[in-house]
Design a protein around this ligand. Structure first.
Ligand SMILES: C[S@@+](CC[C@H](N)C(=O)[O-])C[C@H]1O[C@@H](n2cnc3c(N)ncnc32)[C@H](O)[C@@H]1O
Length: 394
């Protein structure tokens, strides 16, 4: 993207986080800001129909149905508040939210009538798509409100459920490498008309603090991503909740797995037309960039800001706990439901690499059904490998 090249020429190398911020969210050329500038009939970046990647909501409405089961249980624990805030952060084209409202309409009319809906969406063009997708709901009683950042949610103003699917992996990340003489940060510069990486001193002490806070010591040569935006986001989300639950769904790992030897080159990836690329400097502004989420750091940031981590599970266990099998049987077993369910559960990586972190504010919600089966025990979110162990395994 010429704009980034010019910026580097004028100001010098950029942190990878700044590069990724511009590649995805530059107002004129960023991936998420331009894809919808095409005619409305043109494909969204998300989906099997001409998009660059697909997400669970576009595979099947079953995730929405399971989330509504979870929503109903949370509503009961909260004592059926007169206004229940349902907040989705990073809703993409709005498919998941639409399917959840449909499910509420079909089975939980009284809850639907108490919903106050908020969508947090940074991209104006995706906001337009969401308004189209949800037009028939936007004019109803509680209506739907849009804000472009979680800072637009007033502190302590929400009672209900806040959730996101594949939002945090789209936040710009810093890239770091442990070298013999200490922690280095990777910067992006230009050489011979190409974007190239160079290592330099960390741009902020927050990078070392992030690792120290998690008790992580990396072996020499280990290259990875640090998502400081995720920490800030989590703090704001925690601040906005008065009583209720936060559910974060995304590709990711506990710290122990995030910094395991098999990820010693990091987790950064690009997606263009359903093709995966490990080169973030190809098709700048035309490919999506993502990095896996460190759920231990999200849980810790939440704890500091007043959220209690209730647990972590993976998508398969979450869906099974919420009765996806009954939903398939209710639909006749071999029915139209079975195919999409299998796609959700068996899609390479999705059922197991996809994790679900559940956090709560206040004591109203003692447990949630979605965490009934969880392959991660209580200590998994906080456990990290010792530096020596990491070295031995590397
Ligand atoms: C990978 S898409 C996921 C979309 C959707 N949740 C799904 O599962 O299909 C990421 C979404 O998050 C939005 N987004 C990215 N950063 C954001 C931020 N800081 N605040 C709100 N939305 C953001 C993007 O514009 C996009 O809608």
């Amino acid at each position: 993207m010429q704009r980034i090249a010019t910026l580097i020429e004028h100001t010098g190398p950029l942190t990878f986080a700044r590069f990724m911020e511009l590649a995805l969210y530059d107002e004129e050329h960023g991936y998420y800001m331009t894809r919808g500038h095409r005619p409305r009939s043109a494909p969204s970046p998300i989906g099997t129909d001409g998009g660059d990647f697909f997400t669970a909501p576009c595979l099947s409405p079953l995730l929405a149905r399971c989330l509504v089961r979870q929503l109903v249980e949370i509503d009961e624990h909260l004592g059926h508040p007169a206004v229940f805030h349902l907040v989705e952060m990073g809703p993409g084209d709005g498919t998941l939210f639409r399917d959840m409202l449909r499910e509420c309409e079909a089975r939980h009319g009284s809850l639907l009538s108490r919903l106050s809906c908020v969508l947090v969406e940074r991209s104006p063009v995706l906001q337009c798509r969401q308004r189209d997708m949800l037009s028939s709901w936007a004019t109803r009683a509680g209506g739907i409100r849009w804000v472009d950042d979680v800072s637009g949610l007033a502190p302590g103003s929400l009672t209900g459920l806040l959730f996101s699917n594949e939002l945090v992996d789209a936040f710009p990340v810093h890239r770091i490498r442990m070298e013999r003489d200490g922690l280095r940060e990777l910067y992006v510069t230009r050489r011979g008309g190409e974007f190239v990486e160079i290592a330099g001193a960390p741009s902020t002490p927050e990078l070392a603090s992030f690792l120290n806070d998690l008790g992580v010591g990396l072996p020499d040569g280990f290259t990875t991503e640090i998502n400081l935006n995720a920490v800030r986001w989590m703090e704001r989300v925690a601040g906005a909740v008065d009583r209720g639950v936060v559910i974060t769904i995304d590709y990711g790992h506990t710290s122990r797995d995030y910094f395991a030897p098999e990820r010693q080159r990091g987790t950064l990836m690009g997606y263009h037309r359903h093709t995966v690329s490990t080169n973030p400097y190809a098709r700048v502004g035309e490919q999506d960039l993502t990095a896996h989420v460190n759920f231990s750091s999200l849980a810790r940031a939440g704890e500091r800001a007043g959220l209690t981590a209730m647990g972590l599970t993976n998508l398969t266990h979450f869906l099974m706990s919420l009765g996806i099998d009954e939903m398939i049987e209710d639909g006749g077993g071999e029915s139209a439901m079975a195919g999409p369910a299998a796609q959700l559960l068996r899609h390479p990586g999705m059922g197991s690499t996809f994790k679900i972190l559940v956090q709560r504010k206040g004591d109203d919600v003692p447990a949630v059904r979605g965490l009934r089966h969880r392959p991660f025990f209580e200590s998994a979110l906080t456990a990290v490998p010792e530096a020596a162990a990491l070295r031995a395994r590397a």
